[in-house]
Design a protein. Sequence first.
Length: 286
Amino acid sequence: MFERLREDINSVFDRDPAARNFLEVLTNYPGLHALLLHRGAHWLWNKDLKWLARSISTFGRWLTGIEIHPGATIGRRFFIDHGMGVVIGETAIVGDNVTLYQGVTLGGTSWNKGKRHPTLGDGVIVGAGAKILGPFTVGAGAKVGSNAVVTKEVPAGATVVGIPGKVVKRPEPDVEVPLDIDPARREAICQKFGFDAYGVSQDMPDPVARSMQAMLDHMHAVDGRLERMCETLRKLDASYREGQLPELNSEDFAGLLDERDIGCQKMPPTDATVRGEPRDVSPPRE
């Protein structure tokens, strides 16, 4: 028992740089208090003393602001940072070395009995305000971004952000996917069409940015095909004249940019921001 307590306290030191000493952690960390109370409640739940187990769980919620159902299975070195508003459902299973931040919900989407809450693998980190809903597995080492709403299984080592949650990082980030598009050619198309992909690089974890980049690559392919068609037409008809694409001027978008900046920090406009940034970058809803 004391060995597990020491292990829990050491896990706080490992994951919270604000922790200063043993006594401070033992007396002032609600996540640790909730975990200790849950262990007692879970033991009573398994001994079929369910009312007493629920009473201890309710007392723990009143004391810490963290609600852990006594039926939930919690692994070793579990750490809840800050803790207020965390809810863990009855059939949830949490692995070892898992970290949750305030406002996290491990909930269900069904009123049927049986497994209805998520399973978190070892080493999972769930950011503040995230909601993981349903009887699926979040793979070992995965990360869930703050305020994400996850309703589907998450691969091990992946990172999930957004509403609904989307995987933006795979388990092998060092493996570079070869591009079918010449980067220099892509940049030339950006300048030609007056589009900048709003300053997001290929490896940035933004699903909307990746979608816009895919559209840009498609424009690259279409532009190349049109150039070949024009070249063929010039060979067939010497009188054929190729028209120039109209240029995009910053003044044409002044009203849209003013509307976009309402409620946001004002920044001096540049050619890239004028040409490239869309007003709405929220992820597409399914």
